[in-house]
Design a protein around this ligand. Sequence first.
Ligand code: URA
Length: 236
Amino acid sequence: MDRKEKNKIKKYLLLQRDLGFDEFYLPESSRRPRKITVKRLGIDNFAEAESVDQLEATIKRCKRCPLGKTRTNFVFGVGNPEADIMFIGEAPGRDEDLQGMPFVGRAGKLLDKMLAEIGLNRNEVYIANILKCRPPNNRDPEQDEVDQCLPYLTKQIKIIKPKAICSLGRIAAQRILQTNMALGAMRGRWFDYHGIKFMVTYHPAAILRSNSYLPGALEDLKRLLKTVNPRKTGMK
Ligand code: URA
């Protein structure tokens, strides 16, 4: 369903509410969730994907690097595919690998709280990682893993077209911007990533290790929100 159709339904429901109806009876058939199938391309043609769903369907069985053999789940990304803001972390950890979703463990819970602090929730942004599979024992991503996986993220970014990207931590930023700059040198400034504003803040896992990073990270997120003129529902 596209945004126009959603708005039409919203308008209709608001009208019904104004007319005094507060309950809707749907026929049994319309209550069953419909399975949406998307055309899967050959993995070598993933760059032709036109939607995040199609991209995910195309790449989710990827075995291009050894992590494809050790993962439990491929962790594609979550959130609003039309989001103005995209957060990019490093790689799935244990919880993410088990659940198939990014940032669902302790660091993810903290990220949710930080988003709530600036009036957002994870359904209003998009969250992904530079690697889609968990490196054993959460070690840093190897260069060949990044080389294989980054084009998927690049394509994801091209489809979502966020107004701004916030890198969670140094490693994602260094790999995406192809720089060796230290986190301290990257924080507090805007980079240009193919016409998209790009900034860096502390990784939530680093904040869990040292709470002293939290105020700075929240300042970063506020600056991010202020710079982006959000078009999503619920964002003022
Ligand atoms: N850390 C990350 O960088 N990404 C996740 O998805 C979870 C933890």
